[in-house]
Structures are given as C-alpha cells and as structure tokens.
Design a protein around this ligand. Structure first.
Ligand SMILES: Nc1ncnc2c1ncn2[C@@H]1O[C@H](COP(=O)(O)OP(=O)(O)OP(=O)(O)O)[C@@H](O)[C@H]1O
Length: 294
C-alpha cells in the first residue's frame, strides 16, 4: 500500500532575477505524513514564504532548487500532464474563498473533480451528495455559492477537496474570511474530515488558534524553517484556544473549540460534542469519519 508521505528536500525558491530577485524559500526540508495522517500548520510573518512553500509542496510552483517526493516519486521527474493529473487525483485544495464556480450548484461543484477525472455524472454526483450530507449540507445540494453563507461555502470547498480521496490536502488561510466561531467550526471539520479520509492536512495560517488545533506547527522566517513543533505528550498544544478544556488523559490529542451549536456538522462523530456545544477534538473525530466512510 502507498503511504501518503511527502518529502521536501532542501527547497529553495526566488522570484524574479537580478536586482528584482526576491528570495522566498531557503533550504527548506520537511516530511509530512511519515507516521500516518497529520495536520500541519505553516505559520510565520507576512512575506516569510508560507504560500510559496504551500505552492511548491503541491507542485504548483517548481522550486529553483531541491526536490519534492510524493509517495516515493520525485515531482520534477514527471511530465507536466502527469503532474497535473496527480494534483487532481492525489492532492486536495482549499483556499480562503472564491474557489467555487459561481454558476454551478453545490453538488456539481463537488462532483466536478471526479467528472474531470473521467467519472460519470451520476456516479460523481452520488459521491458528492454523500459527502455533502456528511458535512451537514444535505439540504443545500442545489444552492449556488452565492446562496450559501461563507461557512457553508467553505464546507462545500472542503467536500470538493476530499471527494477524489486525496492523500494530502493543502489549505491556504481557509478560515481567513470567516468570523471566529464559524472559522473554528470549519477548521475542526476540515481537520476531522481530512484525517478521517486518511489524508494529511497542510494549512497556511496567521491565526494561532487555527495552529493550536493542528498536531504540528512549522514556523517560517525569511523563507527558512525556524521551528517545527509537534504537540507533545498527550498532545495538548501550548497555544490552546482560550477557554478550551483540557481533555481526559485518554484523548491522544486534545482540543476543544467552543462553537455555536448551529454551526456543528451533521455527522455521527460529532454527536457527543453537539450535546456539549463543543466541537469534538478534530484529531480524534476522524475515527468517526473512518467508520462512516467504510
Ligand atoms: N509572484 C511573485 N512575484 C514576486 N515575488 C513574490 C511573488 N509571490 C511572492 N513573492 C515574494 O516572495 C516572498 C514570500 O511570499 P509569500 O507570499 O510566500 O509569503 P507569505 O508568508 O505567504 O505572506 P503572506 O502572509 O503575506 O501571505 C515575499 O517577499 C513576496 O513579496
């Protein structure tokens, strides 16, 4: 079985040339998913290279130097078409906003990647509908993006990122356009659903509360990694959201994010959390997804 492991080795990238050259990445190495799915936050000041790193990891930008190895294959050895197909089949993407096609209803937006991959419309829409139901949007399949709230639109975007069963999901400020409680709910859902599909999540964020929900935080400064921290011991992060309760010792990685009850997804794995008005720890919620996806 292929493991969803991504190796970045000594990545360097500079935009422009000569006097206008802007170094964006310098000697960045990291491995994602070596020990199973993980949620990795990429943090750092504005201009530190976060988005560039995400785009290089995802094979959207070719690094000036260094290698990206996905499931044992160097992306640089692939032809452009093969890399494009790989991005469609193995990688999922969630951006801040504006990624859904405005003229298509939610179900078609989610089905689209499968149809582009050669799937039939009926099979693609059946799969898309199942996923949207799981994400609590069963009543909104026919709505176009303009008829959805920001949080609902991001849940559709999460469904679209996951529908092709990717091995890794890349997200660039996925909650940047949402208010705090909607953003927390969307982030919990993104982590739980991505890990539940057996994929890792790499998320660029400025928000320490978003980073605190992840199992690992990589910090950049001037294009270099200055720290790479995993949640220690029982996983309780240093920067836990204010008001979050420390979980029972049996919880492998514990975070609780208060959210409005209405924002919680309609999914069995969130049942207990719904009763407590608190999103279940996203790092353990994925177990429910695994069971529900079987
Ligand atoms: N297309 C581009 N052309 C030229 N320079 C660029 C381009 N994109 C980014 N840069 C430069 O590369 C550096 C890293 O940019 P990048 O967008 O990766 O940083 P970031 O950490 O994501 O920033 P932010 O948090 O503000 O989004 C910056 O100095 C930026 O000005």
């Amino acid at each position: 079985m292929q493991t969803n492991r991504l190796d970045a080795q000594r990545l360097t990238h500079t935009y422009g040339e000569g006097n206008s050259a802007a170094p964006a990445l310098a000697d960045v190495s990291l491995t994602i998913g070596a020990d199973g799915p993980e949620a990795v936050a990429i943090m750092g000041p504005s201009g530190s290279g976060k988005s560039t790193l995400l785009h290089v990891l995802a094979g959207i930008i070719a690094p000036a130097d260094g290698r990206i190895v996905w499931r044992g294959r160097d992306l640089a050895t692939m032809r452009d078409g093969e890399r494009t197909r790989l991005r469609r089949s193995d990688f999922g993407f969630v951006f801040q906003s504006g990624q859904l096609l405005p003229e298509l209803p939610a179900i078609e937006n989610v089905a689209l990647p499968l149809m582009l991959g050669g799937g039939s419309r009926s099979a693609a829409e059946a799969q898309a509908g199942t996923l949207l139901h799981r994400l609590g949007l069963g009543g909104m399949l026919a709505r176009r993006p303009g008829e959805l709230s920001g949080g609902q639109a991001q849940r559709v975007a999460i469904a679209r990122a996951l529908v092709g069963q990717p091995g890794i999901v890349f997200a660039d400020e996925p909650t940047g356009a949402l208010d705090r409680s909607t953003g927390d709910a969307v982030m919990s859902l993104l982590i739980g659903a991505t890990l539940g599909h057996g994929a890792s999540l790499v998320v660029v964020t400025h928000d320490p509360e978003v980073a605190a929900m992840c199992s690992r935080v990589v910090r950049l400064q001037d294009g270099r990694i200055v720290s790479d921290e995993r949640a220690a011991g029982d996983g309780w992060p240093q920067t836990a959201p204010a008001g979050a309760e420390r979980p029972a010792a049996t919880t492998p990685l514990g975070m609780g994010v208060p959210v409005a009850q209405a924002a919680l997804p309609q999914h069995p794995s969130y049942g207990a959390a719904r009763a407590e008005q608190r999103v279940e720890n996203p790092m353990t919620a994925h177990q429910g997804w695994i069971e529900a996806s079987r």
